[in-house]
Each structure stands twice: as structure tokens, then as C-alpha cells.
Design a binder for this molecule. Structure first.
Ligand code: FAS
Ligand code: PHB
Length: 389
């Protein structure tokens, strides 16, 4: 098969990129290792920046997000005693929208056939070749046969564990990583949220987050040790721990219910440079990972795709390849600032095993300062709503 753009991965990055290119009449094919149901079964991000919602609107695919998504004017930090509200609307003039990554992915998948975006699911053993030539190609196996796709460019949107980053020559590559000594245990339950806005808690016993997917479906997280086992956390223990860490005022508003989904995600900060080599470009988690504390992961994938799609459109429309040459530098500038925010908020809101009493006092003083300073709240707010493109 021949196409203009071969995309590896049908997560948010690959789907958004494919749609943006198709909207400009550029041929694109996505090869995805899993089935559509498997991709939709992964419970991940929940908060969309305006960068991301505007891409959906530009594609004319934002109707369900506007109908079912929850616009939020603020969120809360707490030390387990008082709520500190960060009024993002008043401080930045912007909102965020709570709309699950699963729903965004569903909207993009369902629109693909009608817009000529060909997605090949259950494509196994994807391998990339000749990425530093002007005729790259990839192979995959499906139905007991090997297949080949020749393309002008290959875009690696295959997440942290995909093959694309590994296809970058080691001689040009540099990666930066920080592993956190804890994970997030997430629970999804069909109960009304405890607050109409998100609450991030740093309690003596550890981090917790009260989030949501709708007015009737809640998403909560508790920080757990890295080697923790899900079996050690029956639902009641999770609800008890959330009530303690979120504080009595919030606990009084919590509704308990059975877990529809329960999982533990490790936390890491990771950046791979460069994001382009020859005719291979990376976007989204294939090039970077943030701890979910700042709700940046999905939104960074969207901003990468914004830059990358513009560069490819200029190449195919106007024969101008300067933006392709400048893609990596431009995307990394925003990525590193979001890595900074996510790392800083993670350090502020979590209990690190090697934290001592002084470190705890520093966290509480930080929260006390944020509670009393519009300037400090503005810094947090402008990062949370998403930095300018
Ligand atoms: P994705 O990982 O979503 O998609 C990559 C796609 O490539 C997948 O569909 C995968 O099947 C496919 N793929 C992989 N290898 C392949 C191969 N060999 N061949 C073909 N296809 C292949 N972000 C937040 O903002 N908030 C959160 O709360 C949050 N929670 C998260 C929890 C978990 C467990 C994880 C892993 C991530 C979480 N994230 C969160 C980050 C997440 O939302 C990502 O940022 C987002 O999915 C990035 O989208 P993509 O770059 O498209 O990568
Ligand atoms: C979520 O709802 O899954 C969520 C929200 C905000 C975060 C992380 C996760 O920072």
C-alpha cells in the first residue's frame, strides 16, 4: 500500500493527527496494534485544555464534548484540612473541560470511516524502515500475512512502549527520565462526584485526587507504594483512605460505590529528543511522559499534533519544509515547560519516602503561600489551563 502519511498508533495523538491531515485532503493510514475495543477500554486522562478542545472544534468533532463535557472554572488543592481554590477562569480567563480520554477517542474513531481515515486495527509486529531516506516504509502482520506501507513520512504516535522511538538512530538520540517512588491507584465508580470541581490532596498519609467523568460517574486516585498490589486494596479500603486524605469536609460529600475499573499506574517524567529524524516524526507519549498530576499527558499529545499537522500541511500544500525541520524544537519548548509544571506539582502534592519533617513543613508552607498569594495562584492557573501554543 502507498500513502502520504503512515501513522503508528490509534490513541489520541494518532487519531487527531490523522483527522487533521485528512481534513486537508492528505492521505493518511493508521496502523494500531490493538483492537478498537481494547483502545477504548483504557481509562486514562480526564481534563482537556483549550488547545485540545479547539482541535476537536476545528475538525467539527466537538459536539458530544460540548454536550456531555463539564466546563470547569477552577480546582482545589488541600492539605487535608482546608480547600484552596485555584480560580482558573478569574485568573486566566480560561476554563478546562472534563471529558474522558475514552470519549474523545471514541468520537475520533467513529468519525474516521466517513472522513477517509483508514485505521488498520490488530496490526502486529509493526516495524519501521529507511526512516532517514525519502522513501520510508513500515511492515506489519495481520491475518497470517505480512503487509507493507510505503509513505512520504512516518509519524510515531505509538505511546511509551511503541516501536517508533526505538527506530530513531541511537547516535542522534537523548532521553531524560525521572521515575517516582510511588504510583496512582485509580478507581472509576458510578457515584456522583464529591465536589463539582477537582480536588488534589496532599495529606500526611499521601496524595489523593477527586475527579469525575460526569455528574453521575466519579474518578478517584490515591498514591500507593510502587510495588503495591491491587489485591491489597478492596473497594472499602480505597474509600476509607480517600475520606481520610481528602479531609472531613469533602469526605462528608463523598458517595461510595462499587469500582467499575481499578488500576495502578506508575509515574514518570520522560522526554526523548529529537522528535524528528529524517522522515520519522514522534508525537505524544512516544516522545514524552508526564506524571498525571498536572493533567498534561493527553494535552501535550494534542499540542504536538497541532504543530506536526501544520508542518506537514505546509509541506504538501506549499512545498515548504521549514516547519518540518523546526517541528522538534518547537514541540519540545512547550513539552519541557509542561514537564516542569507536572514535576513541580507532583513534588508539592505527594509524600516522598525520603521526605523528612522539614520537607513536610516546606510543602505545607508552599500550600499556605499559595492560599495567600494571587501571584502564586496565577502561576499554577496559567500552567493548568495550558500554556500558549
Ligand atoms: P497512547 O499510549 O494513548 O496511544 C498509543 C497507541 O499506540 C495505543 O493505542 C497503542 O495500542 C498503540 N501502539 C503501541 N505500540 C504499538 C505497536 N507496536 N504497533 C501499533 N500500535 C501500537 N494523562 C492525563 O492527562 N491524565 C491522566 O489521568 C492520565 N492517566 C494515565 C494513566 C495511564 C495508565 C497511562 C498509561 C497514561 C495516562 N495519561 C494521563 C497519559 C495519557 O492520557 C497519554 O498522555 C495519552 O494517552 C497520550 O496519547 P498518545 O500519545 O496517543 O499515546
Ligand atoms: C482524571 O480525571 O483522570 C484526572 C484528572 C486530573 C488529573 C489526572 C487525572 O490531573
Amino acid at each position: 500500500m502507498k500513502t502520504q502519511i503512515a501513522i503508528v498508533g490509534a490513541g489520541p495523538a494518532g487519531l487527531l493527527l490523522g483527522h487533521l491531515l485528512r481534513a486537508e485532503g492528505i492521505d493518511a493510514v493508521i496502523v494500531e496494534r490493538a483492537s478498537a475495543d481494547y483502545v477504548l477500554g483504557r481509562i486514562r486522562a480526564g481534563v482537556l485544555e483549550r488547545t485540545t478542545t479547539r482541535l476537536l472544534d476545528r475538525l467539527g468533532l466537538g459536539a458530544r464534548m460540548h454536550a456531555e463535557g463539564l466546563p470547569h472554572d477552577g480546582f482545589h488543592l488541600t492539605d487535608g484540612e482546608r480547600l484552596i481554590r485555584i480560580d482558573i477562569a478569574a485568573l486566566t480567563g480560561r476554563q478546562v473541560v472534563v471529558y474522558g480520554q475514552t470519549e474523545l477517542t471514541r468520537d475520533l474513531m467513529e468519525a474516521a470511516p466517513g472522513r477517509g481515515l483508514h485505521i488498520i486495527y490488530e496490526a502486529a509486529d509493526v516495524a519501521l524502515f529507511d526512516v532517514d531516506s525519502d522513501a520510508p516504509y513500515l511492515t506489519y502482520s495481520k491475518g497470517g500475512r505480512s503487509h507493507r506501507i510505503d509513505a512520504a513520512f512516518i509519524c510515531g504516535c505509538d505511546g511509551f512502549h511503541g516501536p517508533s522511538r526505538k527506530a530513531m538512530p541511537a547516535a542522534v538520540a537523548a532521553s531524560f527520565e525521572k521515575l517516582y517512588p510511588f504510583g496512582w491507584l485509580g478507581i472509576l465508580s458510578d457515584v456522583p462526584p464529591c465536589n463539582h470541581e477537582l480536588i488534589y490532596a496532599n495529606h500526611e498519609r499521601g496524595f489523593a485526587l477527586a475527579s469525575m467523568r460526569s455528574a453521575t460517574r466519579s474518578r478517584y486516585y490515591v498514591q500507593v507504594p510502587l510495588n503495591e498490589k491491587l489485591d491489597n486494596w478492596p473497594d472499602d479500603r480505597i474509600w476509607d483512605e480517600l475520606a481520610i486524605r481528602l479531609g472531613p469536609e469533602t469526605a462528608a460529600q463523598m458517595t461510595r460505590g462499587p469500582a467499575l475499573e481499578k488500576s495502578i499506574a506508575p509515574l514518570r517524567s520522560f522526554v526523548f529528543e529529537p522528535m524528528r529524524h529524517g522522515r520519522l516524526m514522534l508525537a505524544g507519549d512516544s516522545a514524552h511522559i508526564v506524571p498525571p498530576t498536572g493533567a498534561k499527558g493527553l494535552n501535550l499529545a494534542a499540542s504536538d499534533v497541532h504543530y506536526l499537522s501544520e508542518a506537514l500541511i505546509r509541506h504538501f500544500r506549499h512545498g515548504d519544509s521549514d516547519a518540518i525541520a523546526g517541528y522538534s524544537k518547537k514541540a519540545l519548548a512547550r513539552i519541557w515547560k509542561s514537564e516542569r509544571f507536572s514535576w513541580q506539582l507532583t513534588r508539592l502534592m505527594h509524600r516522598f519516602p525520603d521526605n523528612d519533617a522539614f520537607d513536610r513543613r516546606m510543602q505545607l508552607a508552599d500550600l499556605d503561600y499559595i492560599a495567600s498569594s494571587v501571584a502564586a495562584q496565577t502561576v499554577i492557573a496559567e500552567n493548568y489551563v495550558g500554556l500558549p501554543l
